[in-house]
Design a protein around this ligand. Structure first.
Ligand code: BG6
Length: 492
């Protein structure tokens, strides 16, 4: 057998895309709750209001800086549709967990909606009703034999902290997050072993409003925001180990293989720089130190981090216990012009790879991406790895007899799992688990659409929130079930 016997097979979701119930049982608003729906061609927007009553919206184009008007307070406005408000209603459909268990899931990755626990992010008191919801989730998982893998912050910065502090750019966020993390570690001690701090921590570069709750996204704020999250992550590792030595706190990085378009050495340099931008976040959070290339860059750009020498000691002393990552497909970069463009996760766009297909959203489908990425990360950090997101967004069709024939998803997953197994079997990478994105259909993060679906289970819901919310098993449901049953030996 190529994979370890206790390999953690499963799937993943995020609170803001799945739960709904955005204002129920005392929950406060988070950054995504004021984000409208969008599409492949129309960006999602943040709606806002000024003190003088003026209202407006700011489009978020992934990977591009955006200007949020001064004095504009993000808020919910009439006449807009906010997909996070209902998601696919997991808040009222906990029976979904039974479907995941039916597939044989060993593990379920989900995020805790910070503002369900502390409605303003930093309240004195815990919102007990919010905590009780996650008690039900965790206890059901355990009863059904699924190990919970919990993300503390999956783009769900409480809106109040966004407004008061410009999100993570302010180091006041560090103790606030520490309290939030400790509250959960103490509460779930003995029940939740695996934790992740920040989903795709490098979103601070590509999507700083989402990743860091930044309204002012200057390079200085992004650098300080990332630094504050590194320190907060180190403190979370420290707290978790003190509270329960069994707990493991991992990093979560958006990562993929990056190819050069030509053999022009200038293109090779471009790959190196793109890789540095991606791996900087793991060099610090998992490797435990700021790499020289980033310090030089900050010096060149006049970026100065707040002077706090004990931060660096914390970062060095409490690195992540394991490194998890999302990987959807590879990227191609070049210095040459007039090349066809491709798109990708978090706006990591690049050049179209002439050897590979894309989905309808322009994301590249690459059967070798996982093996390459796993090797890069294993060689560089020698820490256990975990694939916590990998999957195919597709506009699935429900047939009149209630079926979804998603052979394209099965083919994508077959090739990706083969690539993953090669990294373990041939290259000796230490891999803890694989949680497919997404366990069940939910709102797309990038576009806010429902029609960009990823799940093994179809949910009857459309882009405007209409539909019965009824659940249907897709063909990939049964396929994944036998993959798990054979610990990945049978991918056919
Ligand atoms: C990752 C996120 O960026 O990719 C998920 O962690 C997201 O939240 C997933 O849903 C797929 O992206 P999208 O934009 O297709 O939903």
């Amino acid at each position: 057998m190529s994979l370890r016997e206790d390999f953690l097979w499963g799937g993943a979701t995020a609170a803001n895309q799945y739960e709904g119930g955005y204002d129920q049982d005392g929950k406060g608003l988070n950054a995504i709750d004021v984000m409208t729906n969008g599409s492949h061609t129309t960006p999602r927007q943040v709606t806002w209001k000024k003190a003088d009553g003026q209202t407006g919206t700011t489009p978020l184009v992934w990977g591009k800086p955006f200007a949020f008007p001064k004095d504009a307070i993000p808020t919910i406005l009439d006449d807009y549709y906010y997909p996070s408000h209902t998601g696919t209603d997991f808040y009222h459909h906990l029976e979904d967990l039974g479907l995941l268990a039916e597939m044989g899931f060993k593990c379920y990755r989900f995020s805790i909606n910070w503002s369900r626990i502390f409605p303003n992010g930093d309240d004195e008191q815990v919102n007990q009703a919010g905590l009780a919801f996650y008690d039900r989730v965790v206890d059901t998982c355990l009863r059904l034999g699924m190990e919970p893998l919990v993300t503390l912050s999956h783009y769900e910065t409480p809106l109040s902290l966004v407004i008061r502090y410009n999100g993570w750019s302010d180091r006041k966020m560090i103790p606030i997050f520490e309290k939030y993390a400790k509250t959960l570690f103490n509460h779930f001690k003995g029940r939740v072993k695996y934790w992740l701090t920040f989903n795709e921590i490098n979103a601070m570069d590509h999507a700083p409003y989402m990743g860091g709750g930044l309204l002012d996204t200057s390079a200085q704020n992004r650098a300080q925001g990332a630094h504050n999250q590194f320190v907060a992550s180190a403190l979370a590792v420290k707290a978790a180990h003190e509270i329960d030595p069994n707990m493991q706190v991992g990093q979560m990085l958006a990562c993929s293989a990056i190819y050069t378009y030509t053999c022009d050495p200038k293109d090779a340099l471009k790959v190196m720089e793109a890789q540095q931008n991606e791996l900087f976040y793991a060099d610090v959070q998992t490797g435990g130190r700021y790499p020289e290339y980033r310090l030089k860059k900050y010096a060149r750009e006049g970026i100065v981090l707040e002077d706090c020498s004990e931060d660096y000691e914390l970062i060095a002393k409490y690195p992540a216990d394991f490194l998890s990552f999302s990987c959807y497909g590879s990227h191609v970069v070049t210095t040459h012009e007039n090349t066809a463009q491709a798109e990708g996760n978090l706006g990591m766009n690049g050049v179209k790879n002439p050897y590979l297909e894309t989905n309808a959203w322009g994301w590249t489908i690459d059967p070798y991406c996982l093996r390459l990425t796993l090797n890069t990360l294993w060689d560089r950090y020698h820490k256990p790895l975990w694939i916590v997101e990998n999957g195919l967004g597709w506009s699935d069709e429900l047939t009149p007899d209630g079926k979804v024939h998603d052979d394209y998803r099965i083919n994508y997953l077959k090739a990706n799992l083969k690539s993953m197994k090669d990294a373990v079997e041939i290259d000796g990478v230490d891999l803890l688990g694989y949680t497919m994105w997404s366990a069940i259909d939910l709102v797309s993060n990038g576009t806010g659409e429902m029609k960009k679906r990823y799940g093994f289970v179809y949910v009857d819901r459309d882009d405007r929130g209409n539909g019965s919310l009824k659940r249907y098993k897709k063909d990939s449901f049964d396929w994944y079930k036998q993959v798990i049953a054979t610990n990945g030996e049978n991918l056919d």
